[in-house]
Design a protein around this ligand. Structure first.
Ligand SMILES: [Fe+2]
Length: 387
């Protein structure tokens, strides 16, 4: 379990997207050398998401990957001698956007819950020393939670001089305009195993190896930008208003745009529209990637979740609203007229990891069979999960 020392709410209010946050001994890393090897072996090494960074640059694939015919199928594998040589000379191996890795997903999911945002996880491995750091100071365009899994790594952080960069505004492409400050760093810290460092987007950071093996997980979290909301309004709301459809000729004065500007202001600050935007975004984007529960759900002879199993709700907090409806894994479920279902879901949300047995005890007035049947259907629709 990741510990923050402060509540997720306090973190979101005081640190998220604002300033770095360091937690010593936030978690107990439980990853073996073999598990690290296996995660790297399972990664799709031919894709751009898999990288070997060496001397500040991404190495071309042909420097360390070979393709071969494996019984009629083209496969890719490391050129082991090359990989070993680059790593020994200070390269950093980066397996980006890891998916379907239960061990990684365990951390990933906790970060999503803390940040209330969807995340992407990447593994960084290096054996270098300070002299052959394979990165330069840069900013990221997403907020990053660094979880130090093995060894130590030094992080030097500077305050942003270009705040809230968008994905198209990478520091490497803007070096001629904005450079890393040469003033005293905001923070200089050596992360030890189990430490967590939160680096908001736009903050300069220079990760430097300490001459020993270092493995860290970088969980990037993705905010919705205000520009996204405005874009959605322009696309979906404004076309039904004549102020937006009117002509704009060169002889029009700025005053002619007043009604249009007022309309945009009115829509942008409409709480109901903002709520709808978040909900539609959740339907399109937010998914969990946990258990399938094949054995319990697919057997036609089984119609109940075993009582000892622990129940979880597949809900992102940012769209939680158990008054009217919920959105879980792309499913929109109206619960306004289903008070029993609302009670059951609220109970699972309040006690994530509650067993069916305990849940039934907390609701003695509800028919046991009815609740069990409801839970089974909710699991089939991916609204709850159990373990
Ligand atoms: Fe970075």
């Amino acid at each position: 379990m990741i510990k923050l020392d402060i509540s997720p709410n306090k973190f979101r209010n005081e640190f998220q997207s604002k300033k770095p946050f360091l937690v010593r001994n936030s978690f107990v890393p439980q990853i073996t050398d073999r598990q690290i090897d296996e995660i790297v072996l399972r990664a799709d090494i031919i894709q751009d998401d898999f990288k070997l960074n060496f001397e500040g640059k991404v190495l071309p694939k042909n420097k360390y990957v070979e393709s071969f015919q494996d019984v009629g199928k083209v496969r890719n594998r490391f050129i082991k001698a090359a990989l070993v040589d680059y790593m020994r000379r200070g390269a950093t191996l980066i397996a980006n956007k890891l998916y379907n890795e239960p061990l990684i997903y365990n951390y990933h999911k906790q970060i999503e819950e803390i940040s209330n945002r969807p995340a992407l996880s990447s593994l960084y491995i290096s054996y270098g020393n300070e002299d052959d750091s394979s990165f330069r100071a840069h900013w990221d365009t997403r907020d990053v939670f660094v979880l130090q899994l093995v060894g130590r790594k030094k992080w030097i952080l500077h305050e942003p001089n270009f705040e809230y960069p968008l994905p198209s505004q990478q520091s490497k492409d803007m070096e001629h305009v904005v450079k890393c400050p040469t003033t005293e760093p905001y923070m200089e810290v050596i992360l030890e195993e189990g430490d967590l460092l939160y680096v908001p987007r736009g903050w300069w950071h220079d990760p430097v190896p300490c001459g020993e093996r270092t493995v860290h997980l970088s969980v990037g979290t993705y905010a919705i930008y205000r520009n996204d909301y405005l874009h959605w309004i322009i696309q979906n709301i404004l076309p039904s208003h004549p102020e937006a459809r009117m002509h704009l000729d060169s002889y029009n004065s700025i005053d002619d745009l007043t009604a249009y500007a007022n309309l945009i202001h009115e829509k942008l600050t409409d709480p109901e529209l903002l709520r709808n935007f978040h909900r539609l975004h959740a339907v399109e984007h937010y998914r969990t990637n946990d258990t399938l529960n094949l054995n319990s759900l697919c057997d036609p002879n089984i119609e109940e979740i075993p009582e000892e199993k622990l129940l979880y709700i597949n809900l992102f907090h940012c769209v939680e609203d158990l008054e009217k409806d919920i959105i879980a894994n792309g499913t929109f479920l109206k619960i306004e007229s289903r008070p029993d279902m609302r009670k059951v879901l609220q109970c699972i949300l309040d006690h994530q990891g509650i067993s069916t047995y305990t849940l039934l005890k907390k609701m003695p007035n509800l028919d046991k069979k009815y609740v069990k049947n409801m839970l089974f259907k909710l699991a089939c629709f991916d609204i709850i999960r159990f373990d």
